[in-house]
Design a protein around this ligand. Sequence first.
Ligand code: SAM
Length: 288
Amino acid sequence: MFVREALRTGLQMLKESAVPSPELAAELLLMHALGCDRGRLHSHPEQALSQEAAELYLKLLAERTTGKPTQYITGRQQFWGLDFEVTPDVLIPRPETEHLVEAVLELARGGAKTGDLFRVADVGAGSGCIALALASELPNTEIYATDISPAALRVAAQNAARLGLTDRVKFKEDDLLTAFLAEGQLATLDFVVSNPPYVGPAETDWVQREVREFEPRLAWEGPGDGNEIYRRLFPQAHSALKPGGCVVVEIGYLKGESVKSLLGAGWTQVKVLPDLAGIPRVVIAQKA
Ligand SMILES: C[S@@+](CC[C@H](N)C(=O)[O-])C[C@H]1O[C@@H](n2cnc3c(N)ncnc32)[C@H](O)[C@@H]1O
């Protein structure tokens, strides 16, 4: 089998199984089977696959037709231009979460004096994508990243090691910031950031099969009415932030007003920022 033919076969198999973005999935799986990049794939369409590579590619395609996300098959996802290891223990980092990173960088760079040290908490770290993207951009930053899932924290710690950021990003098992505050860390942070699980019970039917059957439920399904994590996190964030510090959270579809209403007293400069599609995506509030 040649590269061109392999891509055609993959596209057909994936289309027949109604896999979303079948061209991209076929390309990524073939790149993974051949251990090459996209440039090499398209510049050598006549290259023959070894029998071993062809068998591996067909096996990967068969896995993808079950609904298993491409990223869990290849074990990789790009976020903020960085390469992350992903396993079924962590949510696959989403491009829309880059808006949250962008919002924090804008706030940090806008108010910073050269040499300022930022202390940040990332609540619900998952793969570590937010914490590690921020650490890669802000050299004078210490990040305390929590997750309730020990398995997710192991993946995040491996990502930190691969990206050479273990000295500035510390991962801890915690229920939101409960243990952090219990250690007496009051009014010590410049930012509390979070992309919490926020899909409510009324929305679970709209969730794609790939997410529902393969991504960890703990990572996407919001407890209670879907807003429970915000309800618990905002008072904790208020205690942990310095005056003037900010909480920055990702929100679900059309949740801007309901999440804002959960902030309560003691906040100022409340903003809801849209993503590139104009959908409200990030809520920011500053501790008064
Ligand atoms: C939507 S995922 C976000 C992962 C990653 N930050 C990202 O943006 O891709 C939410 C994460 O919150 C974690 N989580 C759920 N409940 C939590 C809690 N009570 N305390 C800390 N983390 C929690 C989940 O295990 C999951 O890793």
